[in-house]
Design a protein around this ligand. Structure first.
Ligand code: AMP
Length: 296
């Protein structure tokens, strides 16, 4: 069985993000970009499935500007067998910007905000999902793994939309993934064919366990696994490996198919927190909680 893993490149989670003064997005001069943490977890899970002999091939896929290839190299170093980059032509990028320029509050006054101004990828989730659906079909994937959300735009939509477009079952926020085997795979080499996925999800009241017939879409939550450390030799080897380029047209898609579905109005910093006060003792704390905060 082939496993497709969707990988997004985002601003590193440790970098403080600042909103642009014109409120049209976040500062573009950003020092460090890395693989979205939830995509890293999705990829680790796919590599483990391969190591267990359940997956025959792990294909990492990224849709975005040329520098997204750096993150695909990290994916190869982590254990992906192949990497596919879907580049965005100037026409696609212009379409996204044009649609967004009419959107900001006061029209183009919002600085001609990019459609996904907090994101390094100009495509919105529906556009990404359409690309992933085309790739899943082309590759004959039995399972598509994604992060539950990208930490830049916090959309939490791509996996759900992908499952809808493909008409496949989905399990979001997976904290455990087991594949139930159903005999020998045909195109899967030595790996056995999986018939269904058993997914555990952390929900408010406890754990929910689902069974999904394959092919299916699963999105990874934080506790699914701890991704492996990428070693320098693995990274050096990955630098020499090819990354396939799959332009939209080669997937049967046009720029209009990935055009933005919504416009960003503005991005704002959260309100500043009021300064704290020091209380003289427990009695004063209790009195103020009762009389001023009215929480007791
Ligand atoms: P989102 O719906 O934007 O929060 O993203 C959820 C997941 O969709 C991410 O963790 C990735 O697995 C996938 N994804 C989003 N954008 C891209 C992209 N440009 N290229 C590849 N995968 C993506």
């Amino acid at each position: 069985m082939k496993v497709l893993v969707a990988i997004k490149r985002v601003i590193d989670y440790a970098v403080p993000v600042r909103v642009r003064p014109d409120k049209a997005g976040v500062e573009a001069l950003l020092p460090k970009l890395s693989m979205n943490p939830f995509c890293e977890i999705a990829l680790e899970e796919a590599v483990r499935l391969k190591e267990r002999g359940v997956a025959a091939e792990v294909v990492a896929v990224s849709v975005g500007p040329p520098h997204f290839q750096d993150t695909l190299r990290t994916a190869l170093a982590m254990g992906a067998d192949r990497a596919v980059h879907v580049p965005l032509t100037a026409e696609v990028v212009a379409l996204q910007a044009a649609a967004a320029a009419g959107g900001g509050e006061g029209g183009a006054g919002a600085g001609g905000a990019a459609a996904a101004a907090s994101s390094e990828s100009p495509l919105q989730p529906l556009g990404v999902a359409r690309v992933l659906a085309a790739l899943a079909g082309r590759e004959g994937a039995g399972l598509v793994l994604l992060g539950k959300q990208a930490i830049d735009d916090d959309c939490n939509q791509t996996g759900q939309m992908l499952a809808g477009l493909l008409g496949w079952p989905q399990a979001t926020f997976a904290s455990k993934l087991e594949l139930e085997l159903g005999g020998k795979g045909s195109g899967g080499g030595a790996a056995a064919a999986a018939a269904a996925a058993r997914v555990t999800r952390e929900v408010d009241g406890g754990l929910e366990v689902l069974s999904l017939p394959l092919p299916a879409v699963v999105t990874a939550d934080l506790r699914l696994n701890t991704p492996r450390f990428v070693t320098l030799p693995a990274m050096m080897r990955a630098k020499k490996r090819p990354i396939e380029s799959a332009p939209l047209e080669s997937l049967g898609l046009s720029p209009a198919d990935v055009a933005p579905a919504l416009a960003l109005l503005r991005v704002e910093e959260p309100p500043a927190r009021a300064a704290g006060t020091r209380v003289g003792g427990v009695e004063e704390l209790v009195r103020r909680l009762r009389e001023e905060a009215r929480v007791l």
